[in-house]
Design a protein around this ligand. Structure first.
Ligand code: NDP
Length: 328
């Protein structure tokens, strides 16, 4: 029997448990492409899955991990051949489909994106789902017609994964980036990524007024709750906020005032079920626009054995930028 190393989440009478073990290749789920996973990441959602703090895992046993990069080992689909380098983000991987914290994964060919030219698998996972989502947010703002000459852009959860990549991308595109963080000690890091101004996230995290002073034309929000409500209330006439996250909360205690009095738009961004053409566009833009030195500056690398501990740390807001997992 062929087996491979995996982190296995199980559910029994005593509750759920996580353990590294050998997983039988025969027990991989349906799919037409088998990938030798070389790299994964720890995203906020991985933290939720690994700690059980939210019901991310919906099938047992499960191999957690929502994204990976690796090399195709076997393919029944003409779109991929053995040796091809691929990326996977979402589609229920690590939730309903066996996931990334393992040496192998079997998935549908439709879920895979070819690794862009000039990018290696480690860099792809330094970007990971957080960075690809940051790119989707930037694309959403651009498709709304917004551009750097319209005014400043605000990025919340700035020192986190989505925030760090969003700052680098927006600064490169010429935006005046206002970074909102709870970690004042990371000011130099954020300026290094391209932030022009740093604000304390406490300015935005409490209950606010329906309409505030107009401060920015655009925003990328990884935080939700009062922060998103305040972002909307402080958006200039005709602006938009791309919302992708819930680090502060899933609620949205806002009023309609910014929408009906200032024509502000709230742009929802989902990475999990995002259609393939948009994914290809996002990864192509990441390959061409994201400064590799900045990407390296925001990245920490860990072995697979450390994912559980890092999952706890990311929920505690203690992870800066992005984490690459070397699967080995
Ligand atoms: P990170 O933990 O790396 O970043 C989140 C950041 O939010 C933290 O670093 C911190 O930034 C800030 N933060 C944390 N807790 C709070 C709080 N209580 N109040 C205000 N700010 C807080 O996570 P990711 O970058 O991986 O993900 C960010 C969010 O985006 C998550 O909610 C995640 O679920 C969501 N997401 C959604 C996707 C989608 O498809 N819609 C895809 C990917 C991510 P700082 O220290 O600078 O204040």
């Amino acid at each position: 029997m062929t087996t491979f190393k995996a982190l296995i989440a199980s559910k029994g009478e005593a509750g759920t448990s996580l353990a590294f073990g050998d997983f039988a290749e025969a027990d991989l789920m349906e799919g037409d492409v088998t990938v030798r996973v070389t790299h994964s990441t720890v995203n906020y959602k991985d933290g939720l899955a690994l700690t059980g703090r939210a019901p991310v895992v919906r099938r047992w046993p499960m191999i957690p991990g929502i994204d990976f990069a690796g090399r195709v080992e076997a393919s029944d689909n003409p779109a991929f051949k053995p040796g091809d380098l691929v990326i996977l983000n979402g589609w229920g991987t690590g939730e309903t489909h066996l996931g990334a914290y393992a040496q192998k994964s079997r998935v549908k060919a439709d879920w895979l994106v070819p690794l862009p030219e000039g990018m290696n698998p480690g860099e792809a996972m330094a970007i990971g789902t957080a960075g690809y989502t940051a790119m989707l947010c930037v694309l959403a703002l651009e498709k709304h017609g917004l551009k750097p000459s319209d005014g400043p852009v605000v990025v919340t959860g700035a020192a986190g994964g989505v925030g760090s990549v969003a700052i680098a991308l927006l600064a490169k595109a010429g935006w005046h980036v206002i970074a909102s963080t709870g970690r004042a000690e990371e000011a130099d890091y954020l300026k290094g990524l391209g932030a022009a101004e740093i604000i304390d996230r406490n300015e935005l995290s409490g209950p606010g007024r329906p309409l505030g002073k107009e401060r920015w034309i655009a925003g990328v929000d990884a935080v939700g709750s009062h922060t998103l409500a305040n972002l909307l209330s402080m958006t200039k006439y005709g602006g938009a906020i791309a919302a992708c996250g819930l680090a502060q909360g899933m609620d949205l205690p806002a009023s309609v005032a910014p929408f009906i009095l200032r024509g502000v738009a709230l742009l929802g961004v989902d990475s999990v079920m995002c259609p393939k053409p948009r994914r290809l566009e996002a990864w192509a833009r990441l390959a061409s626009d994201l400064d590799r030195d900045k990407l390296a500056a925001m990245t920490t690398t860990i072995p697979l054995e450390d994912v559980v501990e890092t999952g706890r740390a990311i929920l505690d807001g203690k992870v800066r930028g992005r984490v690459v997992v070397e699967v080995g």
